[in-house]
Design a protein around this ligand. Sequence first.
Ligand code: 5GP
Length: 193
Amino acid sequence: MKNKGIVFVVSAPSGTGKTTVINEFLKSHIKDFVVSVSVTTRAPRKGEQNGRDYFFFTKEKFRQFIKKGRFLEYAPVLDNYYGTLKQTVKSNINKGKNVIMDIDVQGAKKIKKEMPEAVTIFIIPPSFRVLSERLKNRKTESEKAVAQRLKLAKKELKERLKYDYIIINKELTEAKGFLECIYSLEKFRRYGL
Ligand code: 5GP
């Protein structure tokens, strides 16, 4: 029988580069992993595609999904709602696929409660100054949105010790390497391979 897939929950303050680290890691593991595409009520950013980056829902549709119990977890982040679909996670781990999800600290806490076997990873920037520069240089948000994200980042960074692992994203290859180590360790711990 195939081993059950492992759930990896990755959180990081906005602008830490977590999407880049995850994507770099997935380049060599795409066969064994599925990325959990979240649902959000925020508007798509330039270049984002429905069904690939997020499922973009209206607030009304999001509320309907809450009522129907379709979310494994959901949380308000800044002025919008974000949620993980039960279907995506359960069906894939039962098929033996690992699931990697990029969710905020509130969501990570809920997943860990629901599924204590999930592996939680927090990615941190080398410093708050670097984070601030990265967010400003990204130019995808207004000045007000950047300030909001930085304020939230300060709060989120305090939660890092509650995670199973912390990765410092100083340099991409190194950060990806840490993720590789965590994956190997967790596979070995569970299945001895
Ligand atoms: P962004 O708007 O920059 O894509 O994401 C904002 C925040 O929402 C990030 O911290 C991201 O991790 C979080 N997020 C994305 N998807 C989910 C989800 O399904 N559930 C929760 N709780 N947070 C999410």
